[in-house]
Design a protein around this ligand. Sequence first.
Ligand code: FES
Length: 334
Amino acid sequence: MVVQAQTRWQRARVVELADVADGVRRIVVEPEYPEHAAPGTHIDVETGNGTRRVRSYSVVRSEGRGRRLTLSVQLSPTSRGGSAAMHRLRVGDELTVTGPLQSFPLAVGATRYVLVAGGIGVTALVAMASALRRRGADYELVLVGRSRAVMAYLDDLVAEHGDRVRVHVDDEGTSLAVDDLVAGIAQAPASAATELYMCGPIGLMDAIARSWDEHDLPTTNLRFETFGSSGRHPAEEFLVRLPQLDREITVAPDTSILDALEAAGVDTLSECRKGECGLCLAKVVGATGTIDHRDVFLSESQKEHSNSLCLCVSRAVAAGSGPNQHAVISLHLT
Ligand code: FES
């Protein structure tokens, strides 16, 4: 993972808003201190009401050397802060944001590039695909979604990239066969020099990573961004117990354990805040319900054993249903 030095927090004014798919809003902002946003960059946005709640959004487009940055936000059905606050924005409103941060750089020199976007994950790949087209690179853009209505930028991408785009839509019966995609890469003459960039739901990215491994493709050629990753279960409220501090903290559906702990004044370590670096790892000392690991740091077998979890993204769901039933995880913080 590459993260450039944190740029300063600054004000940014909302100058344009438009709906680009069901539940997805394009938000164009003009930051106080413009800075060019390279493909793969994101900005952090403070979305809390008086509390420092930070969300990261990929820069879909950077114009005028960063004077206008386009973000796109999918409204989460359980959101009360993050995406709901972004969808309530009006033209002229001001946000507190960072400058562009790079954690998903596009490498130069691969023989072939395959970009795989699942759902709102497309926002991390739009600028990358345009850069590859401008470079005259050999690339393919694979777009995956539940239905066309929820796939942001679909028509624009097909218009820009033509037959380099492959579209897989679940409700049209054309879901992506992950193993066929990866086997095709493995069997191509340039397989060792093909890079795959992906962003989407964690289930899709796990399946691609597993297949990549099974086909013995170079690990360093598989690159990912985890924004927009959803878990295997819908988000619900659960409780975190901290026996070492004798505390119990509620984690709402639209917040992370990390945010909830910080809001409760509990100090923790973190860096990427998106399930990649492992710095926020905590030991699980007990759990009722199921832990929904949403990180890409732990291996599949570590996730199965659930001896630890990433505080920044992982959640828990109750085993049964019922209005007062909550999952409870007991954690030991390091
Ligand atoms: S802060 Fe990086 S995995 Fe949680």
